[in-house]
Design a protein around this ligand. Structure first.
Ligand code: PLP
Length: 422
């Protein structure tokens, strides 16, 4: 029997999505309109927010969010180094400085004690490339893989330093956290930040192909984002999309073109309706992985908590390089040879040329991320995964660990030394 080839991700599009897209195509209304409005209504109810704005990417939502909160050139924002390009680039769009913060080695989420240290350094004028006296005005936590940060801890740091909070919630639908077992669950987007931004990119937890959503409980922020998402036209210009609007719109700011189409929103309403069922399917995959891999000395599996509802967007394992005779890149190549697709989330931002050469960030500025990213591999996890595929991933990972196991006596060596062993 041959093992199946397992792609890193496969979209989960049901007949409801397909029928709705076809109905929209036949309706004669393709761009922003009734389906987008319906998607926004359902989305804000799903996460427990008062306002929702559908846009064409999470990056657009993040950009609108920093604009609405008034981020200006010459200000600074705390951003985790362990994230995708989008989280920090929107800060640069405004001419502001992303202050890169190290990660917690277990959750990969932003390390808030390092955030406090970076604020100290900023105040002391000791962040290279950032002028002394640059004020920090905000923080953009990322809930990596859908394991939420401690929202209270983020809020208390933000209050202490008078920072606004934007959730990069690209992975966090549906996800929730609670302080302790007696407390009620708080969903990501349910007042967890001033603005929470979600992604519907093709491989995210729900998808519209490309798409995003910004949610907030503050009317003024919602209004500003709505204006800026459509060329800075006064809000009633959105009425044009319902056919009720007037030809005589007013431009009130130099905005952007970030609106979502009804074709995409048609996917969104059905994906949203299945979000919890798809989360449960991913959780079942994660359960299998943890059960079958947790005993391996050569790898570490992602952390869990009874106080988190984990979206399980990602399943990042960490190799123990001191226990293995091969490095991460070889492990990935060997998985690929066996037909298993993987990815790495992520090469941290401070190790990309734009941030290192351009903005002077050095490996030692975020030592945990610098070390841990060399050990990261994201295994396939999606709601459309079959049991034989999960079994194939487990068997291959176990086989690679067994084949490349290093004798216990050498485990005292440093990881650097271990890497040089053929
Ligand atoms: C995917 C992703 C984004 C960007 O989402 P888009 O919808 O592609 O713009 C932002 N942040 C994180 C953490 C992501 O993984």
């Amino acid at each position: 029997m041959t093992s199946p080839r397992v792609p890193f991700f496969r979209p989960d599009i049901g007949p409801g999505e397909i029928d709705e897209v076809v109905a929209t195509l036949r309706s004669g209304w393709l761009t922003t309109g009734p389906k987008t409005k319906l998607f926004e209504e359902r989305f804000k109810d799903a996460v427990g927010a008062q306002h929702a704005l559908a846009v064409n990417s999470c990056t657009a939502a993040l950009h609108l969010a920093v604009d609405a909160l008034g981020l200006k050139a010459g200000q600074a924002v705390l951003v985790p180094t362990m994230t995708f390009a989008a989280t920090a680039e929107v800060v640069r769009y405004q001419g502001a400085y992303p202050i890169l913060v190290d990660c917690d080695p277990a959750t990969l989420n932003m390390d808030l004690s390092d955030a406090a240290r970076k604020l100290e350094r900023l105040r002391a004028g000791r962040i290279e490339g950032v002028p002394a006296g640059t004020p920090a005005v905000g923080i953009i936590p990322v809930h990596v893989g859908g394991f939420m940060m401690d929202v209270d801890a983020v809020r208390s740091l933000a209050e202490r330093h008078r920072l606004w909070i934007i959730d990069d919630a690209a992975h966090a639908l549906p996800a929730a956290w609670r302080r302790r077992a007696e407390d009620r669950w708080q969903r990501c987007g349910e007042g967890t930040a001033e603005i929470s931004c979600f992604s519907f990119y093709a491989n995210k937890t729900i998808t519209t192909g490309e798409g995003g959503m910004a949610v907030t409980n503050v009317r003024q922020l919602a209004d500003r984002m709505r204006v800026m998402a459509l060329h800075g036209l006064s809000t009633d210009a959105w009425e044009r999309y319902s056919g009720k609007g007037s030809w005589d719109y007013r431009i009130v700011a130099p905005g952007y073109k970030y609106n979502l189409t009804d074709v995409a929103a048609s996917l969104g309403v059905h994906q949203l309706g299945r979000a919890e069922q798809m989360r449960a399917a991913r959780e079942a995959v994660a359960r299998h992985y943890v059960h079958a891999l947790a005993d391996l000395e050569e790898i570490e599996v992602p952390c869990e908590s009874p106080d988190r509802i984990h979206s399980w967007h990602l399943f990042p394992i960490r190799l123990r390089l001191d226990r293995l005779a091969i490095d991460r890149d070889q492990f990935i190549r060997d998985l690929a040879t066996a037909g298993i697709g993987t990815s790495v989330h992520w090469r941290p931002l401070h190790l990309h040329p734009y941030y290192s050469d351009g903005l002077h960030w050095r490996p030692q500025d975020c030592p945990v991320a610098t070390e841990v990213w060399q050990r990261l591999i994201s295994l396939p996890i999606c709601s459309a995964m079959r049991e034989d595929e999960v079994a194939a991933v487990i068997a291959t990972v176990r086989e690679l660990c067994a084949r490349n196991r290093r004798p216990a006596w050498s485990s005292a060596e440093t990881p650097e030394a271990a890497l040089t062993v053929p």
